[in-house]
Structures are given as structure tokens and as C-alpha cells.
Design a protein. Structure first.
Length: 146
């Protein structure tokens, strides 16, 4: 009876019979050195994006303020509830809710007072958003006179 061909043992290696193996014995070309000697990262010749200059004097944009963000979120939620609660007729309220809420979101990114916006939000949108903006305005400097 003939013997079956030699198979790998439990460790995944075939018994060594001196014959070259079809796998694992191929020679590969030498790899380039790492890191590359030609300069890394490659220089692309494009100027940096506005606001992301790598030179001295870079000041990152201020992070949005939490109370302004909360006021904007409350306005969006209240607008949704008004629209749903009035079976769609509350969409008329969007005529003043949406522009005021967008202005609140813009005001969250700058560092100036928005007292008039806070009072209008307090009167026309909801009390919570207006109070949040008024409380935060106490921590902000006044706008410079033009």
C-alpha cells in the first residue's frame, strides 16, 4: 500500500525532507528604509487652509458656548412641540423661531453680548432660552462701539 503524501504536523510545519517548500521560501526584494529618507510628510505646495495657519499667531476659533447651545436646542424642541401640538398650524411660529434660533447658534460662536436677542427670545419664543442667554450675557464683554 502506498503512503499518503507528507502533511504538516500539529504545529503547521511539514517534515523536513530537504526538498524546497512551495511556500515560505520565496525571496522578496529588499524593502525601502522606514521612515523614508526623502522627507516625510511629502510637501504639497498648497497653502494651509484659512484659520489653520502653521505660523506664529494662530488663534483657534472659540468653542461654542454651552448656554447658547442649550438655548438653541430648547428653541428647536419647543418649535417641534408647537407644530405637533397644533396639528401643523404651528408652522406659522417657524417664521420667527427659525431666524432667532439660527442667530442664537451664531451668537454662541462669538464672544459679544446679545441682550436684544435674549429679550426677543424671552418674549416671542420661550422663557427658558431667553433666560439662558441673559445669564450667559453677564459673562461676556459689551460690543465695541463702531
Amino acid at each position: 500500500m502506498t503512503q499518503p503524501p507528507q502533511s504538516p504536523d500539529a504545529h503547521g510545519t511539514a517534515p523536513d525532507d530537504g526538498a524546497p517548500q512551495p511556500y515560505g521560501s520565496a525571496s522578496y526584494p529588499p524593502q525601502p528604509p522606514y521612515p523614508p529618507t526623502s522627507g516625510y510628510p511629502p510637501v504639497q505646495g498648497y497653502p494651509p487652509a484659512p484659520g489653520y495657519a502653521t505660523a506664529h499667531g494662530y488663534a483657534p476659533p472659540p468653542a461654542p458656548n454651552g448656554m447658547y447651545q442649550a438655548a438653541a436646542i430648547v428653541n428647536w424642541v419647543v418649535l417641534g412641540l408647537v407644530i405637533v401640538g397644533t396639528c401643523g398650524l404651528g408652522i406659522i411660529a417657524a417664521a420667527w423661531f427659525i431666524p432667532m434660533t439660527l442667530r442664537i447658534q451664531q451668537g454662541a460662536k462669538d464672544r459679544e453680548k446679545h441682550t436684544a436677542l435674549a429679550v426677543c427670545t424671552l418674549l416671542f419664543c420661550n422663557l427658558i432660552s431667553g433666560i439662558l442667554i441673559l445669564v450667559e450675557d453677564a459673562n461676556r464683554p459689551a460690543r465695541p462701539a463702531s
